[in-house]
Design a binder for this molecule. Structure first.
Ligand SMILES: Cc1ncc(COP(=O)(O)O)c(C=O)c1O
Length: 367
């Protein structure tokens, strides 16, 4: 079976993990945590970064650090992982869902304003599958309505919008380093910002909210979202290779594009002129007039030894949200369409040329 994602762990990462083990620094104290935060902030061109246990806790921490709370509203794209909506729910806020752009699957700037109410506090932008969202109009709307911008760049390490790395645009940005991400720490996350007071709040809240100058004395609720030195050691070692990893993703995307360009029933991802996509995953769409469904396509490919994943379910269809809120089901035609037709092909960093060619061949065979 060609797996949808096989991670790559660099030799340096293995060496640093062993060093952390050998020296006994296995919890969240230890040099690799600071180093990973410093190196990642430097890579992105942001001032501050703090690690977390995963991308979901990074999103939760972002909400807390921005002071978003009960009955506030957060605008979230309808086509993303549930973690984005959970982050709002965790702090008692309402995820207000907005349809997405048909070309990128990212938040559609033209549909944001009608969703803004006096309760709106933030717009969450997700750079889906490694392709940046169209940030300028979103930032302009946020400025005009005095809203925070939260970037979820979990899938877009190193992606650029107009030459600047994503994760450096919002008031705060969140990353995941899960095993399938470009830089992985196994499980892990990071919150980054250029705002010192947001950063300081995030640092305190993620570490049980000890009082300043008086540890183990607590005035507010905090969490334990601390990353271990072992995970950070992986992060430092893998981050050293990020340019090479992104090159590999681009090479893979080029090869898939070449192999699949004549397949009439498949839509290949398009890169917008403002974007450098990092092709975290090579995501394709089955055309709506194809004589087979996306699910049939995936099933047959699986029988032929190729694993794939479908796009996220639209958030407005998620029972956990529908139990709590009412959504107008007709308001998300693009998200519903992409969710029904989208899938991604094996795209992990460990993929070989032979495997990409085999996937291409099997798709040609079956069609
Ligand atoms: C866009 C996006 N945001 C957030 C997350 C959550 O990250 P994690 O799995 O590390 O909690 C993911 C998934 O990994 C994701 O794809």
């Amino acid at each position: 079976m060609i797996l949808v994602n096989e991670p790559l762990v660099s030799d340096e990462a293995k060496k640093y993990v062993n060093d952390a083990l050998d020296t006994g620094w296995i919890s969240s104290a230890g040099k690799y945590v600071d180093l990973f935060e410093k190196n990642f902030a430097q890579y992105l061109g942001v001032k501050y970064a703090t690690t977390t246990t995963n991308g979901t806790t990074a999103l939760h921490l972002a909400m807390e650090a921005l002071g978003i709370g009960k009955d506030d509203e957060v605008i979230i794209p309808d086509l993303t992982i549930i973690s984005c909506a959970y982050a709002a729910l965790y702090v008692g806020a309402k995820p207000v869902l907005v349809d997405v752009d048909p070309l990128t699957g990212n938040l559609d700037p033209q549909k944001i304003e009608h969703a803004i109410t006096p309760k709106t506090k933030a717009i969450m932008v997700v750079h889906l599958y490694g392709h940046p969202a169209d940030m300028d109009p979103i930032l302009e709307i946020a400025r005009r309505h005095h809203l925070f911008v939260i970037e979820d760049a979990a899938e877009a390490h190193g992606a650029e919008y107009k030459g600047k790395k994503v994760g450096s645009f919002g008031d705060i940005a969140c990353f995941s380093f899960y095993g399938n991400k470009i830089v992985t720490t196994g499980e892990g996350g990071m919150v980054v910002t250029n705002n010192e007071s947001i950063f300081k709040r995030a640092k305190v809240i993620k570490d049980l909210a000890h009082s300043e100058g008086k540890r183990f004395f607590h005035k507010h609720i905090g969490y334990n979202f601390r990353m271990t030195n072992l995970q950070a050691a992986l992060g430092v070692g893998n981050l050293e290779h990020i340019d090479e990893y992104i090159e590999k993703k681009l090479w893979m995307a080029n090869l898939y594009t070449e192999l699949l360009k004549d397949v009439v029933w498949i839509e290949i991802p398009q890169i917008q002129q403002y974007a450098k996509s990092v092709f975290w995953m090579f995501a394709i769409l089955i055309k709506s007039n194809a004589p087979f469904s996306r699910d049939e396509f995936m099933r047959v490919l699986k029988e032929k030894g190729v694993d794939t994943r479908s796009y996220f379910y639209s958030l407005h269809t998620q029972p956990v949200l529908r139990k709590r809120f009412t959504y107008d089901d007709s308001a998300f035609p693009v998200s519903d369409d992409l969710s029904a037709r989208g899938l991604y092909l094996p795209s992990g960093l460990a993929i070989t040329e032979a495997q990409v060619r085999e996937v291409g061949e099997k798709i040609h065979q079956m069609l």
